[in-house]
Ligand binder design. Structure first.
Ligand code: NAP
Length: 314
């Protein structure tokens, strides 16, 4: 990858330095996107880690100082905190600044942040579709967004130049960019991310509750499919609580469809209807292959996990 070395911004401020905040700092550094990267977090320990790792030019325990003179401010905390943070920082934003975010839901973010954005400041919500189940200021890395999508959901009347700048920003962080209506984003992500996470949280909880299966067996035989659910179900509890509370309608709509389809599978199993099962499994296998050929996952055996070498303990 080649990088345009002209900084897009004088000062970039990141609010909340976890996986995504730290990854944006690294990616911005890699591409020379800002002359100054400022990091704000409510935790002194997080700020100490940021200083130790050295990916920010300044660290701030106070919001006003962090956003003062910033050209771009990105909210990288859980979505439930955005409204209050936007209200608090509003009086300190400079004229012409861009406010953005990385929240996994978009209609609620437009609802909660939009009213606090002062006249003369541009609001361009964003959602990078990239992540891991890790959290915290040590989890981010510069390549996190490479080859991944970033969806921008500009509200009606968004300044065209600010939107172009944010497209450029995400391209230079390594992403492909798509523009979408916030409600459409929320429905699409309910299908591709939110409900799959809910299913993972649920199945891992159910397995944990089943008294006939011991904890030892759950761990020992987890490679049978369960392990992939446990990876997803290890995602940050605060972030995911906020996603479900802020994308209620779309998640409930998709869950209703899911429950209906699950009942059909239950019925097929009960009545020995192998064709229904076989046809669905054939269709879903093709979807998996489509994802791999689109470069959105690995086709390596065992999903790219290292296999134990002969003689090595499993
Ligand atoms: P994370 O690793 O848990 O980091 C969040 C950081 O924000 C933590 O340092 C947290 O501090 C801090 N924070 C929380 N509430 C705060 C507040 N009110 N004021 C100041 N700091 C606060 O989370 P993440 O995975 O980076 O996710 C952050 C955002 O990215 C979320 O909105 C999520 O929807 C979005 N996102 C996540 C992913 C993903 O895969 N993880 C992907 C795309 C988008 P404490 O530890 O003290 O709470």
């Amino acid at each position: 990858m080649t990088f345009d070395s002209n900084p897009l911004f004088g000062k970039l401020t990141l609010i909340g330095i976890g996986l995504i905040g730290s990854a944006i700092a690294h990616a911005s550094r890699r591409a020379g996107l800002a002359a100054h990267i400022a990091c704000y977090d409510r935790s002194a320990e997080v700020l100490e880690t940021v200083r130790r790792l050295g990916y920010a030019d300044s660290t701030h325990a106070e919001l006003a100082g962090a956003v003062r003179e910033a050209d771009l401010v990105i909210l990288c905390t859980p979505v439930g905190s955005f409204g209050e943070l936007a209200r608090e920082m509003a009086p300190h934003l400079k004229n012409g600044a861009i406010v953005s975010d990385v929240g996994g839901v978009k209609a609620a973010v437009v609802r909660d942040v939009g009213p606090h954005v002062p006249e003369g400041v541009h609001f361009v919500p964003a959602h990078p579709i990239a992540g891991t189940e890790q959290s915290g200021p040590e989890a981010g890395f510069a390549e996190l967004f490479d080859g991944r999508w970033c969806i921008l959901t500009p509200p009606p009347g968004t300044d065209a130049a600010a939107l172009e700048t944010m497209k450029d920003f995400w391209h230079r962080c390594g992403s492909d960019v798509e523009i979408m209506d916030p409600r459409h984003h929320d429905l699409a992500l309910a299908v591709t991310s939110h409900v799959p996470h809910l299913i993972a949280y649920n199945i891992v909880g159910t397995a944990d509750d089943l008294e006939t299966v011991t904890e030892g067996e759950v761990i020992k035989y987890s490679a049978g499919g369960f392990r992939d659910f446990t990876r997803i179900a290890a995602s940050d509890p605060t972030m995911w609580r906020d996603i479900f509370l802020n994308n209620r309608e779309a998640v409930l709509e998709v869950l209703a469809r899911f429950t209906e389809d699950l009942s059909l599978l239950q019925r097929a199993i009960r009545w020995g209807d192998g064709d229904t099962l076989f046809n669905l499994f054939t269709r879903t296998r093709a979807i998996r292959r489509g994802i791999v050929s689109a470069g959105q996952d690995s086709a390596e055996p065992n999903f790219g996990r290292n296999r134990p070498k002969p003689g090595e303990k499993k």
